[in-house]
Every structure is written in C-alpha cells, then in structure tokens.
Ligand binder design. Structure first.
Ligand code: AFP
Length: 332
C-alpha cells in the first residue's frame, strides 16, 4: 500500500505544503491517540468555558485545539491560524506562505458517547496584499484552497484529503504510525436514497424547506428514502463520499441560526472541496459554496451537499417555491 508523502510528491504538491500537511497530521495522530484512550486520558466531559459560537467547550475540544495550534505555530510556513475554538486570528510567522483554518473536533456532542468525531482543516496561500496576521487573510473564497481534508476518528482513523485533484482516502496504520492510501479516488454515486438532516429542527424551518422534506418523507417518488444523522458533519460527509446521499443543514428561525449552523471557513469550504473532488455538488441557498466571498471569520452558511442529482432536485424545489412566493406577493 502506498504511503501519503510519495503520493503528494507524485501529485506535484509544493514541498512546503507537504511539510505543513505533515505538521497537521502529526497533531491528528496525537489527537487520535487521546481519543482512543477516552476516559483513561481524563479528557471526556466539558470545561466551564464557552467558545465564540456560545457553545460549552468539551475538554477534548480544548486539547485538540491546543495541540494543533502549538504544532502549527512551530511551523515557519504558517502565517496565521483560525480555529472554531479561537475568537480571533492567531498570528503565525511573518514570512509564512500559508494560512490554516480548522475545526479541531467536529461533532463534539459525540465525544462522551464514543461516537464519530473528526478534525477538519483547510489551507490557503497567504494573501500578499494584506498584513500576514489580519482577519482579511481568511477572506478568500473556497476555490482558492490548496488543500482540504479531515481526519475521522472512528473504528479506524481515516484521512480524507484533496490538494486540488481527486479526493483520496488514507487509513492510519497504528503499527507504524503512518497514513496509507486505501481509496485513491473517491467517487460519490450520482443518486442515493439516503439523506442526512436534523429532522428535529423541522419546527424552525421556513415553509419551502418543510415542503421539500414533507415530500421526501411521503411522496411515492421518494419511496425507500432513508434518514441518517450522526450529529457530526464529518461523519455524515464521510458516508456521503462513500456511498452517496445528501447532507443538509438549512437556515432556521432560532437566534443565531439565520444562516444555519455550519461554519463556512473551516467546515463548509473544506468539505465542499472534498465533495466536488469526488464528483458531488456543494451549495448554499443554491450557490456554489466554493464561490462565496466570506464576510467574517466565523460566518455560517446553509448547506446542501452530496450526490449531484439529489442536491439538484432539492435546490430546484427551493428555487421554484421561492419563485412561487415572489409572484404571489407581487400579484397581491
Ligand atoms: P460542533 O462543531 O459543536 O461539534 O458541531 C457540529 C456541527 O456543526 C456539525 O458537525 C453537525 O452536523 C451539527 O453541528 C449537528 O447539529 P445539531 O445539534 O442540530 O444536531
């Protein structure tokens, strides 16, 4: 089986970028080890602190964030860091070539139940036109990512990553501590009966979103549809990449969720790059996620990504309903 670094060299990835990816993966191996230790490492449960999203931080969130931050700040290639667990940009090295954003542990609510969790990361080239350590460094649309990936800590630890070409999957080999290539080109089936959405949020959705899911649950055209929900986007997207389906987190009426829950910079963009690299589509209110120009570090976006035909049907339905509503208003 092929090892990661020779594959990256074969893909002609810049040497400094390879070194940076190695840094992130070194941190991921530390996190994987602590996750596997669970209660024995004393890292289950919550801290007394809240992150910038107003969510109580889990101990493992804090540990994973610190590991990634410390190791990345030791890397001269890193100009700046952004994290779900950090309110502001963390300055790195003035002459660093890259900026890095990450969600150190996606799916935190699964930590204490031994469920799927993962680290999501993204790398952009540094912007030469703004100071190396300012928030505007991260105001780049997702199509400018030079690398996106996640490490899924499940029964085995998997790395799914793209450096602009295909989305590849590697498995962490605990016997020698390296990632080995296990799927060289992930390909999302164009159609599937599976969908992932938190149906408990139905009461908060707008009418068109409710209408689509009513149809999905009851219309004969959608017979055999099956719901899967991990409460960890990284796990849901891994299933979608593996056997198709669609992940949806729409905007809703709860305070703070006007644009949904998923963060553009370190969740939606990297996962969108992986989904597109595997032949799927990734949208926010019908727009390609990778073309969105960010307006803030922790910006949220409503998300629909996965099998091309399934996401297209959803977007068409929402588009038609929006059109119906606008024509009804204009004729009244
Ligand atoms: P965390 O970043 O707090 O772990 O949140 C995970 C997440 O953003 C995403 O991974 C899940 O799909 C989603 O939240 C789950 O949200 P619900 O609370 O609505 O199930």
């Amino acid at each position: 089986m092929k090892r990661l670094i020779p594959i990256l060299k074969q893909d002609k990835v810049d040497t400094d970028l390879i070194l940076l990816i190695r840094t992130i993966l070194a941190a991921s191996k530390e996190i994987a080890f602590r996750v596997s230790q669970g209660e024995l490492a004393g890292i289950l449960g919550s801290t007394l602190d809240e992150n910038i999203q107003g969510e109580i931080q889990k101990k493992l969130d804090v540990v994973a964030n610190q590991l990634l931050k410390d190791m990345l700040l030791d890397d001269d290639n890193v100009a700046a860091i952004a994290s779900e667990e950090e309110p502001d940009v963390v300055p790195g090295h003035q002459h660093g070539k890259y900026i890095v954003a990450f969600d150190p542990l996606d799916g935190s609510s699964n930590i204490d139940v031994n469920g799927q969790i993962g680290t999501i990361f993204t790398i952009y080239p540094v912007r030469p036109d703004v100071p190396f350590n300012c928030e505007r460094q991260f105001a780049q649309p997702g199509h400018q990512q030079v690398c996106a990936g996640y490490v899924l800590y499940g029964p085995s630890s998997l790395l799914v990553m793209s450096t602009g070409g295909p989305t590849r999957c590697y498995t962490l080999d605990l016997t020698h501590g390296g990632y080995l290539l296990t799927r060289s080109e992930m390909q999302i089936p164009t159609d599937s009966k599976e969908f992932a959405v938190n149906m408990a949020n139905y009461r908060y959705w707008a009418d068109p979103v409710r209408g689509y899911f009513n149809q999905l649950l009851s219309h004969p055209n959608f017979a055999n549809s099956t719901l899967r929900w991990n409460a960890a986007m990284v796990g849901d997207i891994h299933r979608v990449l593996s056997r198709g389906g669609m992940f949806v987190y729409p905007e809703d009426s709860r305070v703070g969720n006007e644009n949904g829950k998923i963060r553009l910079l370190y969740e939606a963009n990297p996962l969108a790059m992986l989904v597109e690299g595997a032949g799927g589509i990734a949208t926010a209110s019908g727009q390609r996620i990778l073309s969105i120009h960010p307006d803030s570090l922790h910006q949220r976006v409503p998300v629909a990504m996965g099998s091309a035909s399934q996401v297209a049907v959803l977007n068409q339905y929402l588009h038609d309903r929006a059109f119906d509503e606008s024509t009804t208003h204009s004729t009244n």
